[in-house]
Design a binder for this molecule. Structure first.
Ligand SMILES: NC(=O)C1=CN([C@@H]2O[C@H](COP(=O)(O)OP(=O)(O)OC[C@H]3O[C@@H](n4cnc5c(N)ncnc54)[C@H](O)[C@@H]3O)[C@@H](O)[C@H]2O)C=CC1
Ligand SMILES: NCCCC(=O)O
Ligand code: NA
Length: 503
């Protein structure tokens, strides 16, 4: 096993710029998924702590040191956070791997992305100053009008465990750039690095209450945010059932929500590809990176019949070559699943597929050389039909299911045969065909001749049951702004709608 000499910090809740013990004093153990050992614990917030954090956030908005900042001032905080993340990159990456099972390479890449995302929204915060007030010319002498873009208020950010600090950053950075006050509730399965973000905010002197971080169980620590009358918006990434609960609670208060939910994304491979191995590697990366725990994982391979056999042969060779180990070991390419619950869920999907008549072409079990930890072999499933669970449901593990097609029409029908609509990928050298698929795919993200590369300048989100609204890019900022129109009557003349009693 790879050794780490990084200690797990013992933190409290981060509220109003300081560490606070939860009112009920409860804690949740942190489990390292590669050893199944308890390595520390995190505070467990309850609705009492949520109330305190919401009050701190409201006060921050009312105070000049946060509520009256310009975008340029907020950008300074965001850049300072980015710099601290880079300064602590190696430690944060190790903590992320110990907590979530991510390979050290992927955790380090996440930390780079976290810093770059804070930098990006610092730029957008600065740009916001010149767009804060936009005059609108009505071509009328008697009215002067303009539009203000203001922070929306107190926002609740509820995030998952698959990219713990990165998913938090996709929401925290734009919310702070917009000037909102935020309450972040990371996943109870992986919260360590999000709590360290609290320490970073304290060190850079982010005004108290601008960002509060509450760890804890979802129904106890996050649900009260959805139903809180003083939380103005919820931005959520996670499962469909939880997204539905959040939307239902928020609907009672007509509270806006952004939901980034699951997926069962297709990767369609045509026989005109130039290089089989290049396409095979993208198919692999699209489903097995981050151990398949990616909302946009292209977990349905739809392959043209004419090259299916050769493609699968190559896919098998590449898959067998994947190094599965403790995520901190050098060159590890597949770590464990995040928790025992998720591990059992993935294995159940595989056994259900077998019971429904599919073939486990490769994998499907714990790797023989790893006796402890929530490890699942990269798994390839063939002889799949469209009524099977494995075709329809999100596994959130390293499990690829395969179907073949003959014609383009058949391929697009299979690709769109899902209740989800997050991402879709096509591999083909025919430019016009790629354009046809770009239009025909029912999803918010399209990858052409690749799968998964993600850039913070581009909108991220889906349609159908993958949710609505967008993280990232300028769209990721807009959702934290209130658009306020101001109409001023500038004429000295009376309005003269009613008859004046004086004449
Ligand atoms: N779209 C995505 O990126 C993700 C999708 N998932 C999917 O969800 C499945 C289950 O994973 P979970 O960790 O159980 O996801 P989840 O959706 O329950 O958890 C995500 C976040 O929601 C919070 N939460 C839980 N119950 C809540 C409630 N009633 N109100 C408000 N917030 C609540 C959790 O504490 C966590 O912070 C996975 O197998 C996968 O299919 C999970 C994580 C990320
Ligand atoms: N590459 C980032 C994926 C984000 C997500 O799974 O939600
Ligand atoms: Na953990």
């Amino acid at each position: 096993m790879a050794m780490s000499n990084v200690g797990i910090p013992c933190r409290q809740l981060y509220i109003d710029g300081e560490w606070r013990e939860p009112v009920k004093k409860n804690r949740i153990p942190i489990i390292n998924p590669s050893t199944e050992e308890i390595i520390g614990d995190i505070p467990a917030a309850t609705s009492e702590d949520v109330d305190i954090a919401v009050e701190a956030a409201r006060k921050a908005l009312a105070r000049d040191d946060w509520g009256s900042t310009t975008g340029a001032q907020r950008a300074k905080y965001l850049r300072a956070i980015a710099a601290k993340v880079l300064e602590r990159k190696s430690e944060l990456a190790t903590l992320e791997s110990l907590d979530s099972g991510k390979t050290s390479f992927e955790s380090a890449a996440d930390m780079d992305d976290v810093a770059a995302c804070f930098e990006y929204y610092a730029d957008l915060a600065e740009a916001l100053d010149s767009k804060r007030k936009t005059p609108v010319n009505l071509h009328l002498d008697s009215f002067k009008t303009y539009v203000l873009r203001e922070p929306l208020g107190v926002v609740g950010l509820i995030t998952p465990w698959n990219y713990p600090l990165l998913m938090a950053t996709w929401k925290v950075a734009p919310a702070l750039a917009a000037g909102c006050a935020a309450i972040l509730k990371p996943s109870e399965l992986a919260s360590i690095t999000c709590l360290e973000l609290g320490e970073i905010c304290r060190e850079v002197g982010l005004p108290p209450g601008a960002l509060n971080i509450l760890t804890g169980w979802g129904p106890v620590a996050a649900a009260p945010l959805s139903s809180h009358p003083h939380v103005d918006k919820i931005s959520f990434t996670g499962s469909v059932p939880t997204g539905t609960k959040i939307m239902t609670a928020a609907a009672q208060l007509v509270k806006p929500v952004t939901l980034e939910l699951g997926g069962k994304s297709p990767i369609v491979v045509f026989d005109d590809i130039d290089n089989l191995d290049i396409a095979v590697e993208w198919a692999l990366f699209g489903c097995f990176s981050n151990a398949g725990q990616v909302c946009s994982a292209t977990s349905r391979l739809i392959i043209q019949e004419s090259i299916a056999s050769e493609f699968l042969d190559r896919l098998l060779l590449w898959t067998k070559n994947i190094k599965i180990s403790d995520p901190l070991e050098e060159d590890c390419k597949l770590g464990p699943i995040v928790s025992s619950g998720q591990y059992e869920k993935v294995l159940k999907f595989i056994s259900n597929a077998k019971n429904e008549g599919a073939t486990i072409l490769y994998g499907g079990e714990r790797p023989e050389h790893l006796k402890k930890g929530y490890y699942v072999q990269p798994t390839i499933i063939t002889d799949v039909n469209t009524s099977m669970e494995i075709w329809k449901e999100e596994v959130f593990g390293p499990v690829l299911c395969v179907k073949t097609f003959k014609t383009e029409e058949e391929a697009i029908e299979l690709a769109n045969d899902t209740k989800y609509g997050l991402a879709s990928a096509i591999m083909s050298k025919d430019v016009e065909r790629c354009e046809r698929f770009t239009k025909a795919f029912h999803s918010g993200i399209i990858w052409i001749n690749c799968s998964q590369p993600t850039f913070h300048q581009l909108p991220w989100g889906g349609k159908k049951r993958s949710g609505f609204g967008r993280d990232l890019g300028e769209w990721g900022l807009e959702k934290y702004l209130n658009i306020k129109q101001v109409t001023e009557y500038t004429s000295a003349d009376a309005w003269a709608f009613y008859k004046s009693p004086s004449n």
